[in-house]
Design a protein around this ligand. Sequence first.
Ligand SMILES: Nc1nc2c(ncn2[C@@H]2O[C@H](COP(=O)(O)OP(=O)(O)O)[C@@H](O)[C@H]2O)c(=O)[nH]1
Ligand SMILES: [Mg+2]
Ligand SMILES: [Zn+2]
Length: 296
Amino acid sequence: MATFTGTIIAAHGRHYLAQADELKLQCVTRGKKTDVAVGDIVNLNLTSPNQAVIESIVERKTLLYRSDQYKSKMLAANLTRLFIVVATEPAFADDLISRSLVAAEAAGIEAHIILNKVDVTESLPRTRQRLAVYAALGYPVHEVSARTAPEHACETLMPLLHGQSSIFIGQSGMGKSSLINLIVPDADIAVREISAALDTGKHTTTFTRLYAFNPESNIIDSPGFQEFGLYHLSEGMLERAFREFTPHLGHCKFYNCHHLNEPSCAVLTAVGAGGIARMRHDLYRQLVHESSQVLY
Ligand SMILES: Nc1nc2c(ncn2[C@@H]2O[C@H](COP(=O)(O)OP(=O)(O)O)[C@@H](O)[C@H]2O)c(=O)[nH]1
Ligand SMILES: [Mg+2]
Ligand SMILES: [Zn+2]
């Protein structure tokens, strides 16, 4: 049997599509295994000219998750960069931005923010002001307009994407697909091919897919979502995923401080003094609560 190494470029239920050199192969797993993510490098056994069985997954460099009370779901494997796409309109949720940042930190993935639709000038000042919190934490914010300044958008994003495995995430309507269409000129055709191969029907935006746009770089478009559960992150992981907490860790009165309502907590002191944004600490509190609710 012929064996190949491929990259998983799309997943739909338990059906996967792998790219192996020029070949696109429809893949299934052995047994009931469903632990394959888009971006995984897999060893494949060819079962027909365009079909294969996934024999094993090559050790992942990173793995991005989201989860709810009941289960955790892999979003993508082997990412090096995560781009949170927001826009001047529709309104975005700070909660989702911070959750995405926390997920990236926990997975060891570098996070950036893209502010799209800067052509919508009425809401631009307010949007910039809202994003200043994240810029102050050291997360780069890149301003673009996919619609009115596509060349500038490409010039801004290309160097950031080069040599990286990137994912674009965010609420739907922010312009993720518009930006990817600029970066990957034949993305539309690729989507049609993938939908046909996976038989996903017309709902082409409901699955995650990877585009290799040069030999060293690839980019993943994900469906928009309204929630980003992080039930899988332990308290220890959470306190380290809020990067502004770092200088204060180890300075609390109690070595096992939860930074929730303990006396002489260095993190709470910093919140009181304005060094840590209250909005971020409120989310930390919420995430600690969520992680204590896990049922799986
Ligand atoms: N005004 C404006 N509209 C944009 C821009 N980029 C995308 N859009 C529009 O925003 C809507 C959502 O874009 P889409 O790429 O599908 O967003 P996605 O859901 O995040 O993938 C579409 O109607 C786009 O035409 C932009 O830079 N400016
Ligand atoms: Mg889209
Ligand atoms: Zn503390």
